[in-house]
Write a protein that binds this ligand. Structure first.
Ligand code: IMP
Ligand code: MG
Length: 181
């Protein structure tokens, strides 16, 4: 993928991502010993992270997908959860691991967690690649966070701006010129 001029700089490179995912996978393995959690990959942003995470984990998992969003092509959250793809399987009594790309205002994860709780899983945990704690509005914290970042709009490694840049192998900062034009 060629995006020269559109990326201001690399924030987290491939090597850092792989190393940190290895560490977090170990923590999850330790906490999930003897269990087979249902991993819920939140589309589309978490696809790349989830693919690497489940392969770094030793714990056997089953995999489901949900598509929830509170974002359009904008860089700020509307605060509303819309579920455009739901899981069909019954999660009552099951251990759930939600895999998210980034927690920003927290609206999406807070609302999703509340919604899934009503389905009475045995446990419900969140693992996020990125967290922007300075931006938090809704009271939600991830159980596992790979990287805390500053209040900057990032793209790559699954994360998009207007559906682009998901294919970058690293997390980067978009040039201001891209969204100011
Ligand atoms: P929240 O509801 O404000 O926490 O928003 C979470 C969602 O917003 C994430 O799943 C992302 O899809 C999107 N998002 C938030 N910050 C960024 C960013 O810096 N780059 C790309 N997407 C982002
Ligand atoms: Mg998104």
């Amino acid at each position: 993928m060629e995006y020269s001029g559109e990326i201001e700089r690399v924030l987290i490179d491939e090597k850092q991502i792989a190393q940190r995912i290895g560490e977090v996978a170990k923590q999850i393995d330790a906490d999930c010993a003897g269990k087979m959690p249902i991993v819920i990959c939140i589309l589309k942003g978490s696809l790349v992270f989830c693919a690497d995470l489940i392969r770094a984990m030793k714990t056997p998992v089953t995999l489901e997908f949900m598509k929830v969003s509170s974002y359009g092509a904008s860089t700020t959250s509307s605060g509303k959860l819309s579920v455009s793809l739901d899981i069909l399987s019954n999660i009552e009594g099951k251990d759930i691991l939600i895999v998210e790309d980034i927690i920003d205002s927290g609206h999406t994860m807070y609302a999703l967690k509340e919604m899934l709780k009503t389905r009475r899983p045995a446990s419900l945990r969140i693992v996020t690649l990125l967290d922007k704690p300075a931006r938090r509005v809704s009271p939600v914290t991830a159980d596992y966070t790979c990287f805390e970042i500053e209040d900057e709009f990032v793209i790559g490694y699954g994360l998009d701006y207007a559906e682009r840049y998901r294919d970058l192998p690293y997390v980067g900062i978009l040039s201001r010129s891209v969204y100011e034009n």
